[in-house]
Design a binder for this molecule. Sequence first.
Ligand SMILES: [Fe+2]
Length: 392
Amino acid sequence: MQTLLLAGWMLATFGWLRPIVASINYLSAQPYSKRLLKLIHVVLLGSAAIITLVGFAVFAIRLLSPEAIPASPLEMGYVGVGVLLTSWWLADAIRWQIACRTDLDEERHIRRMSWKETLQGHPEASRWLGLPGNEVLLLEVAQRSIRCEGLPAAASGLSIAHFSDVHFRNGMPLDYFRGVFEELARLRPDVYIFTGDLHDDPECVRWVSELFGSLHAPLGCYFVLGNHDWYADAVQARIVLEDAGWIDLAGRVLPLRDPSGEIVIAGTEFPWMGDLPPLSLSPEGRFRILASHTPDLWKWASQNGVNLMLAGHTHGGQIRLPILGPVFAPSVYGVRYAGGLYKEGSMSLHVSRGVSGRDRLRFGCTPEITRFVLKCSPRVELAKASPAEASH
Ligand SMILES: [Fe+2]
């Protein structure tokens, strides 16, 4: 009985952390000021630390006591509820695994690169970068071919390079980003889309002209900003990106000058800045691409006829635990949209793990850039190949 109670204490302590982590994720998705968010994090992480310490202290007292200590009803209740709460962890892990689809690719090719050996001792590098297992100086270059419902036949084969959350800041060597942007340039897509969080330090904005200015695409380079740009200096970020030749998509719906002439591209920085784009004003039947910093707008996007949504913000969780996967993700949906390719109704949603982050720690969550090749559905391909046959 005593052993069972001790095991229960450990499990309950772990379980009671779950509502705190859920609160952190939900509140971090809100458009609060940086100062208020910091206060919320201090209070909630402090509560988590107290729960853990009390849990371990009671465990130690019971373990070291020569006689069995009878459990009070309050103690039994705490353990019972806490053990039940551990199932919340498992349910979230399973939901993320199911939601994050790996079966949507026609083709997928992934290449992993590392600058860890060469840059972890760099004078510009923070000591965090050299931690064993830290993946912040790695990069995954993904080339994915996906079927998109509603894509016009004339646009089949359109390529989009999507990247997000570069978080330029001191402590990360500029040479790492030079390597990432060289890889982005090698992808040679029809369109580049960057989904926000350009910087955390306004002084690193000077990197933009060299790095973003090195990318060119026949159908354009588009961006929206993110919450960290809002905290740091969104006005400056917008100016330097536009000066580098990038097109601001925030709150706008623009035609994409592709051969089909039937694609529109929209963007939003909501809820931190601006408005939702007026998608209802674009003609019916157009293939709609939405760039949004947060994936939390997926329901609005799906209801407004978006066919392909590209987002970032959640960084893949940055730290993924064995079995449980990601734990922290600033989303009202918790870790469900931490990163990956999703299908919501007829809409495809890609949530990038991002290139970097304010916190320079990544475990089991490599930075990524992705090149998509869009393919139309087999029905549209059939109609294109044989219009007479398809009409019957
Ligand atoms: Fe970010």
